[in-house]
Design a protein around this ligand. Structure first.
Ligand SMILES: [Mg+2]
Length: 138
C-alpha cells in the first residue's frame, strides 16, 4: 500500500477543504471500477466515471475536475477526441492517458495534445496512486 502518498493526498484534500474531483473515462466497466476502488481507499477523492467519449465530454462541459484519466481506445469517440475537448473547455486540467494497446503514434499524439502522462495497463495500485499524487502535488 502506498501509505505515504495516501496520507499526503488526504492532507492536501483537508487543507483545500474538499476532495480532489477525479473523472475516470474508460469503456471497460472493470477498469473504471478498479480505478474507482483505488481512489476510494482514501477520502482524498471524489470520483466520477464515464463509459464513453460522449459521456466524458458531457461531464467535462458541466463540471470542474482536478484530474481526468482517459482511455485511448474506445468505440465511437476516442480518447484523443475526449482529450481535445478537455483541452478546449478546461485547458489547465491534467489529463492522464491510461492505455492497453495504443500505438506509439497515438500515444505521441496524446502527448502533443497536452496529456500530462501515460500509464500502461494493467495499472497496479501503487503506480496509479503515485502517478496521481505526483500530478496533483506540484
Ligand atoms: Mg478501451
Amino acid at each position: 500500500m502506498p501509505k505515504a502518498e495516501f496520507e499526503r493526498l488526504n492532507q492536501m484534500a483537508l487543507q483545500r477543504g474538499e476532495p480532489f474531483k477525479v473523472l475516470i473515462v474508460d469503456d471497460e466497466k472493470w477498469v473504471r471500477e478498479t480505478f474507482k476502488d483505488f481512489c476510494e481507499l482514501t477520502s482524498a477523492f471524489d470520483v466520477e466515471m464515464a463509459f464513453s467519449g460522449a459521456e466524458a465530454i458531457d461531464k467535462v462541459r458541466l463540471n470542474k475536475y482536478d484530474l481526468i484519466t482517459v482511455d485511448l481506445i474506445m468505440p465511437e469517440l476516442s480518447g484523443l477526441d475526449v482529450l481535445s475537448e478537455i483541452k478546449r473547455v478546461s485547458p489547465q486540467v491534467p489529463v492522464m492517458i491510461i492505455t492497453g494497446n495504443a500505438t506509439e503514434k497515438l500515444i505521441n499524439q496524446a502527448g502533443l495534445m497536452g496529456a500530462c502522462r501515460v500509464l500502461y495497463k494493467p495499472v497496479v495500485l501503487e503506480t496509479f496512486i503515485s502517478e496521481i499524487a505526483s500530478t496533483l502535488i506540484k
